[in-house]
Design a binder for this molecule. Sequence first.
Ligand SMILES: CC(=O)[C@@H](O)[C@H](O)COP(=O)(O)O
Ligand SMILES: NCC(=O)COP(=O)(O)O
Length: 238
Amino acid sequence: MTKLSVNINKIATLRNARGGDVPNLVQVTKDIESFGAQGITVHPRPDERHIRYQDVFDLKPIITTEFNIEGNPIPKFIDLVLKSKPDQVTLVPDAVDAITSNAGWDTVKNRGFLQEVITEFKNNGIRTSIFVDPSLKMIENAVHTGTDRIELYTEAYAEEFAKGNKEAVKIYADCAKLATKFGIGVNAGHDLSLDNIQYFKEQVPDLLEVSIGHALISEALYLGLETTIKKYLKLLQA
Ligand SMILES: CC(=O)[C@@H](O)[C@H](O)COP(=O)(O)O
Ligand SMILES: NCC(=O)COP(=O)(O)O
């Protein structure tokens, strides 16, 4: 089974637009779980433009599914994760001023750094995942970091799928097979949507979890949050 982790960054963006507490992030999170989502993802960025560091502490006690925190492991982020102890931390190498995540880790160049950070999180009982481009070389070298999982960066797949190029999924399937062979679990995320998720799920073996935010919240504007989540769950079954 592939778990659906809903990324709630965009709910926080909406809340922050007026500076108040509407929509209430904790209530929306509870509702998302009650609609069947099997996880909640947040990606606090250094400028706190959507998820604030305080949100992480407010959410932690009410999340009953899997809590996944994503981000670049700068000291402030490491501290946040160690204090809040989510189920999973996903390390993403994004620049401070990035509009959104736009690259995976170079697991060759950052091997030592990743090893160090991953060891610390694992020693604290937190499952680790690293965001990687669909590259066999990056997966091969991810093994040396000691990570429990990888998250395949799916923007390129989403872009190609929209143009009708279904072949683009092949490298993701190959990367997933290689990771599984090395005993690394496979997650995926970025720009996944109701249009492209089913084919990805069908083609990529042993997909443990997808985290989806931007498209899911956009689709919910038309379908409603409950219907949207249930549609994803149906497509991710089997
Ligand atoms: C790692 C990843 O692909 C997503 O978490 C993405 O970074 C979402 O972040 P934003 O909501 O800030 O675009
Ligand atoms: N890890 C990917 C994620 O959490 C959501 O990315 P997106 O669906 O907002 O592109």
